[in-house]
Design a binder for this molecule. Structure first.
Ligand SMILES: [Fe+2]
Ligand SMILES: [Fe+2]
Length: 276
């Protein structure tokens, strides 16, 4: 495990990125977790599953007392985002900040009663959340990919944390190196965005909003940050991308014929000849 990467630091404010807390044995997708500290008060963004909890908790302890962790902020409710919720709520006084869409679903991640009075449900329009002497902006990012989804903009570092948007499928080591041109990076991004993003309409609406921000870096929850020219190139690419429901038609909704083999764990096409 390497130490966290400082993607921003000044005297009162720091943004740390953890890229390799998960064993790279091919089972779990590489994921990034983030810690933002302002004037000694902290927030964890997308803390991840149980695999990441121990190392992240130790690293935070080197920055400040975990008793001063104010928030766990979750872009959405997937297991790689928030499956460690029970452990964080047990070990710190932090409140969970998450879309109202998921507010009543996340208690399934914890023991009974653990979330009582500790969930801040964010309405669809988002909001500005005070942190230390600064604030974090919770920007609407619904359907990218989750139905209730937020991105996080830090006005001090000017970093935009985009959850599952802008991600690439890489190792933890590659995720630690920011990308400055999009084109060579696209093969690691394209398949994911075509299948996990919901529609081009949403991508265009998002791009129109995001272009109003002064962005130093786009930092996704999987893979490498985008910096420099790659930021504008990403906006241009994503606003023209067809994805999700744009690509599905009646061929995608046929009664299945493939056989799922519980022994080999493989799915194979049916041997039955289907009338053409
Ligand atoms: Fe997700
Ligand atoms: Fe994810």
């Amino acid at each position: 495990m390497s130490p966290p990467i400082e993607i921003y630091r000044d005297r009162h404010h720091a943004c740390l990125m953890f890229t390799d807390l998960i064993e790279e044995d091919g089972q779990a997708v590489q994921a990034n977790q983030f810690l933002i500290v302002d004037h000694g008060t902290g927030a964890v963004l997308d803390p991840g599953g149980n695999l990441a909890f121990n190392e992240m908790y130790l690293s935070i302890s080197r920055e400040f007392s975990p008793q001063r962790l104010s928030y766990l902020i979750a872009s959405h409710a997937d297991p790689d985002i928030i499956a460690s919720l029970d452990r964080w709520l047990t070990s710190t006084p932090a409140k969970l900040v998450i879309s109202r869409v998921w507010e009543r679903f996340v208690p399934h991640f914890t023991k009974v009663g653990k979330t009582d009075g500790r969930i801040i449900g964010v309405p669809d329009g988002g909001g500005r959340l005070p942190l230390g002497e600064s604030e974090l902006w919770l920007l609407p990012a619904h359907f990218m990919h989750a139905e209730g989804n937020f991105h996080f903009y830090d006005p001090v570092s000017r970093i935009l944390f985009t959850g599952d948007l802008g991600v690439s499928m890489t190792s933890g080591a590659d995720a630690a190196r920011p990308v400055t041109r999009l084109q060579p990076h696209l093969p690691r991004m394209e398949g994911f965005h075509r299948r996990y993003m919901v529609s081009n309409k949403i991508l265009r609406l998002w791009t129109r909003m995001a272009r109003q921000l002064d962005i130093s870096m786009i930092v996704p929850q999987h893979g490498a940050p985008l910096q420099g020219a790659a930021i504008g190139e990403f906006m241009d690419w994503i606003e023209n991308l067809m994805c999700g429901v744009d690509l599905f038609d009646d061929r995608s909704y046929q009664l299945p014929t493939a056989v799922i083999d519980g022994q080999s764990l493989q799915t194979r096409p049916s041997l039955r000849v289907v009338n053409a």
